[in-house]
Design a protein around this ligand. Structure first.
Ligand code: ADP
Length: 524
């Protein structure tokens, strides 16, 4: 039976007519005192799942959130609606914190937001004992997962909520949803009895497109000019330097772009973020430090100019587009260098072999999505354990790539790598291999006498960019690897032998001519 108070609160306090999707079932379950694990995509409406029960149940809903920067915004928004909300975090002085604590003890708060590290202190736990807790909401619950991309050690301590307050219902929420993460959240937070609510992860209004990278800034500019002039958007890059230079570049081209990364002062970050939220048509160029929890409904595009490290990250980042349900684009440019660079970064990362293997698996899944010849959405949702039919709203559906028999081309590449590997102590990257295949007499080729190699010039039939595509796909398929020497030297793998021997036909992907033109930045 549905609790009539829930609908009453939804309408009176929040001004919404009805619950969406699973919200009603979740709210009822938590009001009745049950634990819940909620998996809902960004923009799905997770907040109401704990806010409504907090208002219906006696006492204060305690919300654990890792996003200190956003607590103020959330509390302001709730206060505006007449909800008695406050937060406790390190940005307050002791006087402000005391006031909030007193209000909690007096039962004058509906919602209290707390950072996880704060909640783990004795002082905070003693405080909570002195008031009445309606429920615990654990937001961004995937932060407990070491497997995931956003691990926060403080989250590991949150199992104490169950131990110390076994009768208080807990609701954990996340927009990240592989089976693996879900199991890890349930286990680490001791949500054994929790009911799982898994929403569909499909975001049908987002059009996914992944293009071959060559001159990425030019391609980005072309994409924005052709499809999103004057729109709000986010451009993700991997490094601070790339964020800065790309934001500068866009500004020079007359696009209203702002940078955002962890190296900027907190004031500049706050200022840029608030301009992005309040003004129309700002393009935020950012590292992944930007965006978690950002609720801006009319972001019309999310562009990635570097390859994201995981499908989960990609899905979350692209999910910030089109939260209002109107059409939005997810655009990603990716190339050979991305694969080389990321494999190298994994190699050089701190951490044991298991950790590196995980990073490698994340990257492989992301590469699989990039190189797929099936519908991107099918592939993406499949990663999250959900099945749909081809979407008709991604680049693969709209402009199907061609498959071609790349066996011979791959054999040429692999033989070149094999020959060069015999020259001990020498290090050759992808560019040099392509020069050899195409028979280009560069200085380097001359210096090492590579004109005399049997593979010199055997690949004159393909363009440089076609060769890059072949190398990229061989790397993505694990038929070629980046050596552990830190120089990006290419090496054969276990799988290379079967290709060299011609044991099977290797089908490769070729962009449709239209997509290829778009990637080159020339309009059809
Ligand atoms: P999430 O945390 O899952 O990313 P939010 O809780 O921020 O999503 O909700 C996304 C947007 O949808 C918000 O603007 C919210 O006000 C709106 N929303 C959520 N539930 C409803 C509903 N039942 N009816 C109308 N709007 C809703």
């Amino acid at each position: 039976m549905s609790d009539p108070r829930a609908l009453e609160v939804l309408r009176r306090v929040f001004g919404y007519e009805s619950f969406r999707g699973d919200q009603r079932a979740i709210v009822d379950h938590v009001i009745a005192g049950g634990d819940a694990l909620v998996l809902m995509p960004t923009g799905g409406g997770k907040s109401l799942c704990y806010q409504v029960p907090s208002l219906v149940r006696a006492g204060t809903g305690v919300v654990v959130s890792p996003l200190i920067a956003l607590m103020q915004d959330q509390v302001d928004a709730l206060t505006e609606l007449g909800v008695r909300a406050a937060f406790l975090n390190s940005t307050q002085d002791w006087r402000e914190a005391r006031e909030v604590e007193q209000a909690f003890v007096n039962g004058e708060l509906d919602l209290l937001y707390v950072a996880p590290e704060r909640l783990l202190t004795d002082r905070c736990q003693q405080l909570l004992d002195r008031g009445r807790i309606a429920l615990f909401a654990i937001d961004e619950a995937h932060c407990v997962s070491q497997w995931g991309h956003d691990f926060r050690p403080e989250y590991m301590g949150l199992s104490l909520l169950h131990e110390r307050w076994p009768d208080v219902p807990r609701i954990a929420l996340t927009a990240t949803a592989t089976e693996h993460t879900r199991a890890e959240i349930a286990q680490r937070l001791k949500l054994d009895e929790a009911e799982h609510f898994v929403a569909s992860f499909d975001r049908p209004n987002i059009r996914y497109r992944i293009v071959e990278k060559n001159e990425v800034r030019k391609q980005l500019l072309e994409f924005i000019r052709a499809e999103h002039m004057g729109d709000s958007g986010v451009v993700y890059a991997l490094s601070r330097a790339r964020v800065e230079e790309t934001a500068d570049f866009l500004c020079h081209q007359g696009i209203n772009a702002l940078p955002y990364h962890a190296g900027l002062s907190p004031q500049v970050r706050a200022e840029n973020q608030s301009r992005f939220l309040r003004e129309d048509g700002i393009v935020m160029v950012a590292t992944i430090a930007f965006g978690m929890g950002i609720d801006k409904p009319d972001v019309r595009f999310v562009a990635h100019i570097d390859l994201p490290k995981s499908v989960e990250g990609y899905y979350q980042e692209t999910g910030r587009g089109g939260r209002d349900g109107l059409p939005a684009s997810a655009w990603l440019a990716y190339g050979l260098q991305d694969v080389v660079q990321q494999r190298r970064m994994i190699d050089e990362s701190q951490g044991d072999e298991t950790f590196k293997r995980r990073l490698g698996q994340h990257l492989d899944a992301m590469l699989g999505l990039c190189e797929t010849v099936e519908c991107r959405r099918v592939r993406l949702l499949n990663y999250f354990g959900q099945t749909i039919s081809a979407c008709g709203n991604c680049d693969v559906c709209l402009e199907p790539p061609e498959a071609w028999d790349g066996t011979v081309a791959a054999q040429k590449v692999l033989s070149a790598v094999y020959r060069l590997a015999k020259e001990r102590g020498q290090r050759y990257g992808a560019g040099h291999i392509i020069d050899i295949l195409r028979g280009k007499s560069t200085e380097r080729v001359a210096q090492y006498g590579h004109e005399s190699l049997s593979v010199f010039g055997v690949g004159a039939d393909l363009s440089e960019s076609a060769w890059r595509g072949v190398l990229r796909q061989l790397l993505a398929k694990g038929l070629l690897q980046v050596d552990h020497d830190g120089y990006g030297t290419l090496a054969l793998t276990e799988g290379s032998r079967a290709v060299l021997k011609g044991e099977y036909q290797l089908m490769l992907r070729r962009e449709s001519p239209k997509a290829a033109r778009a990637a080159r930045g020339t309009r059809a």
